[in-house]
Write a protein that binds this ligand. Sequence first.
Ligand code: NAD
Length: 444
Amino acid sequence: MAEELNPFKIAQQQLDKVAGLLNLKKGIHEYLRYPHRELTVNFPVKMDNGDIKEFTGYRVQYNNARGPCKGGIRYHWNVSLDEVRALAAWMTWKTAVVGIPYGGAKGGVICNPKEMSMGELERLTRRFTAEISPIIGPERDIPAPDVYTDAQTMAWIMDTYSMIKGYSVPGVVTGKPLHIGGSLGRNEATARGCMFTIREALKKMDYKVISPEVWNNKCETNENDNCDGDEGNGFMIDEATVAVQGFGNAGSIAATLLSEKGAKVIAVSDSKGGIINKDGLDVNDVIGHKAKTGSVTGFDGTEKLEPKQVLEVECDVLVPAALENQITGENVDNLKTKIVAEAANGPTTPEADRILFDKKIMVLPDILANAGGVTVSYFEWVQGLQSFFWSERDVNCRLKEIMVRSFDDVYKMSQKNNVDMRTGAYMLAVDRVAEAIKYRGIFP
Ligand code: NAD
């Protein structure tokens, strides 16, 4: 039988697996299998050549038992309602794993942002915002950046929503530019959170790491002005080798932070292809090369890889940071890594998960490994609501505390139940959402 690749069906399978382990009541299980609210909008945008083009977009609010819905907006030609449903479900579990008071949501527009001008993207964003404005808001549902959207996109959403309301509403989105209420550290947060979980995993696997006594110091007692949330030079990942698929916000910054911590990044890729140099890449130079040429490919001193070949590079840590369904039953046997750290959402299929578990390859699941983004989004929202902004060091210290604690919770849960880390994370998350539903009760 062909492997299931529909992301929403995969998200449902993942839930079904833990419903049994948690003895979830049938009614609650069924309730959690479907999104609460879905909005599809078809809307026109005036293109630069004067033509009017019709676009389709979605906003799915999966569950709000634990608080307002939260989740990014993706611009991509392969966006579908089922993809957005899956991403909204994963947001629900992610906010629960790290214990921040949100539900889960996601949005997407079917478009090719690479072929659109800034003006076209601005008009698309503003019209899409107007279309979904009845269901978003700082207390209802708060979008953020995702694939091919960024701080500028968030600024247009914030401005459009504010124009509709008649006053400034910065809390309607997170991932904003600093000038309009963004948070220091938000741009790097997904990658930094991922780096923290990788480092915890390496510690469990007895990798050589430097200065545990420094690591154990409390941030508060640290006098120096290092603002990455670590003490002194921090806890170094000594020479672990890393391969990264996807070189955008999550991937390129994860590569930077991991190499700053002493890891050796040997291979990276983007949608156009990959590169490898077993002696290690200078990540900053690769970022400069991509900024100049539009791709990582062709970087001096490297061999070229096909986009998916990067997944099969021999390394200690593989960081998928692009899209769903990259590690499947078909290629999982070719992986030569010890840890898969899912900076991307949904990169591993359930079939691949089973095989990775059998092979004792540790998977840091998306709902844990990339939760740093939504965690600092939460910090941004809190800072905005208080109109009181924190230093970058404060942001990063608080992020580290949450990521390390969440890693420990998931690790303990998976060890206790002899399950993989994803199942451990789901057990924690689904239980927290189910408890919230139990306390709130079913209306009316
Ligand atoms: P981005 O748009 O900044 O970057 C996406 C990158 O993926 C680009 O470098 C692109 O070239 C590359 N890519 C696309 N298709 C590829 C392919 N087939 N093979 C290799 N590379 C490919 O997006 P992002 O924000 O970095 O998001 C990447 C992943 O991380 C997504 O799964 C997203 O949902 C997840 N994520 C992002 C955030 C965030 O805060 N940005 C938070 C949590 C999770």
